[in-house]
Design a protein around this ligand. Sequence first.
Ligand SMILES: [Zn+2]
Length: 432
Amino acid sequence: MKNNSNLIKDLNGLLSAARTSYQAMKTDRLSKFLGKINSISDYQKIPPTTKEDFYDFNLSKKFSYVKRSRLDENGKEPILPLTEDDYWRYVESEVGRFKAMGVKKTDRISVVNFTINETIPIVNSLMKLGATYIVTEGDVNLICDDLIKKEVNVIFTYHRMLEKIIEHLESRSLKLALRLVIVTAEPIDDKNLLKKRVKKVLGADLIDTIGTREIGGYAYECPEKNCYHFLDSLYVETVDPETKAVTSKAGELLITPLWRKDLPLIRFATRDLVKLEQKTCSCKVKNNLVFKKVLGRINENVKIGYSMVDLREVYFETKKLINYQYPVIDNLFLRIAPSLNFSLLLSNEKETDILIIFVERSKFNRYLRRKRIITESLSAKFNIGVEIVLLSSNDFSKLSNNKYLDIRYIKKNRIPKYLLKILNQQSMSFDL
Ligand SMILES: [Zn+2]
């Protein structure tokens, strides 16, 4: 972390840039802090910027921005506000991430199976770093062929793709020249187990990294101790999720990316819950703050169709409706009321968002007459489209670990196979 006076100067600079770059900020809550940040505690009085705030900002015309590839649920072209200069500073920040993880000029690195808009800044970073970027394309078969032939020694991918690569190589007893695997974007249930498999099958070390679309990578796993380090291009804090006051307990992670100088993000609320600690490893990173893992998400607010809903709330409401029992019967005959499991899926049918409730056919039979009540109640309460889909016990068991899945924004090849099969059986039309 930079020394305090430099940091405070930087933060003041970001505030004044925010004021000129976002129309809304000329009059809003931020302007009263302008030029008045003399200490870190002054800065910590500024209200956090939520994701919704950020995308709602009205940009001044002189700024360019990067469009996201997919239309949003309202048919609008969503944008990721980013100027060209900020883009290159973002790339520089990513260079810092790769360097910190030990990627070298001599490495031959492949970015496996990300979308093109995710791949471009990463490839730019690797070029800046001086490493060799190897293109791999196609299915897992072709990708593994390329990885072997082109002697790739570092791959950057996501957890599910990594599993496919491991499976593919393991079943064919193939070997790679890998030394390092970097993963991002997806939670890993048992990281130690995965590390062991990566070591055994791929002969490589595994490093996990965490990021968001708005600020790119923000943390990477320490190779030495069980913790994550922050990139030096960021200012980080944690706040109480309710009061928004800075806390030393587990709290919501706020990040101010210092590289966003044209379209700043002031105290961006990541919604990730972490407990900040002091580092105890020998890594030579400037920032001494680390965290063991992301403990959870602050809320699960998502936009479904035109409505913003809290997925947990939808989940509990569904649970209540599905497991509704007549109180008298409950008490007299069903001392242990059978609890019916279900899984929620957010999908997109004919360009309209829909919430699908998967239930087990054999167990739902006795509730069939409630089907309409359940869908209509949920639909009315949350103003969303709802459908109940009955599954065989076998199919349902494959979903059992998922309370809710959202496949609206992911590529078809990233949807788990079992789920695609289930959806195809239902002969639903999915616009993926
Ligand atoms: Zn470390």
